[in-house]
Design a protein. Sequence first.
Length: 284
Amino acid sequence: MAEPIVIKDADEMQARAREITKGGHSIGFVPTMGALHAGHMSLIERARQENDVVVVSIYVNPTQFGPGEDFERYPRPGDADKALCAAARVDYVFAPESLYHKDSRTWVTVGGLEEPLCGMSRPGHFRGVATVVTKLLSIVRPDRAYFGRKDAQQLLIIEALVRDLDLGCDVVPCETARDPDGLAISSRNRYLTIGERRQALAIPRALQYCRQQVEQGERDAVKLLGEMANILGEQPDLEIDYVALVDAHTLEDLQVLKGDVLAAIAAKITNTRLIDNVRFEGLQ
Ligand code: AMP
């Protein structure tokens, strides 16, 4: 099994990426914060299929964590991550120790899409995400970059910034990978005890319920939101951050479901914040 080449320096990564592109080879890029799991691997496999060279970045970006969030305790299993990258035939792992210049003063913000949903309880989070993704895309200059639909708001923000700043890569959305019990796979799931995990299953259950209702023709958002909140409310340690039915492009709240719609949930179980969503297209 060929080991990926690990690069820690941004200038070196950028120079290497230029050489690859000059050589006429396409680059597929998967940005991650590490603690790789089957969700990340599905993105990496897709990048492997569609590109000559695959670059995975592993960087726990400090600017997207707020005070009191889990930046310090975020898992960093470096060697296991590298072994998974080797098994998936990743060519380069870009693992910088820091990505910010000492005097860095430039931020990327994507107006309107950063404030709702996760932006309400995580002020500054998406500014950190948008800035680091812009930096990573500028360093790696990929042909295609792969992002998960599990982070639907993040995906929307990245699609907007790539378009607005003419970053010239294709953003490829990838479906949410789930464990067999339905829980969306997340690096944070490893914080959960068995009991907490059982309670967390109310999240995909509420979304699944919503899906069934919508498939049966329900379009009343208020009714659906109430029913989803009831399903979540049955769990004693689950604290709802939001349950939302929004336009999948603007993230604006809907009264009546129509067009492309996102049903999204964020909830905390003890100290672990989990998010999940389902998407409906072209609802009449
Ligand atoms: P993270 O390491 O959490 O920043 O995630 C890196 C990338 O993997 C992002 O594009 C995420 O949306 C994506 N991702 C995380 N979990 C999943 C999942 N369960 N299914 C698909 N993609 C995922």
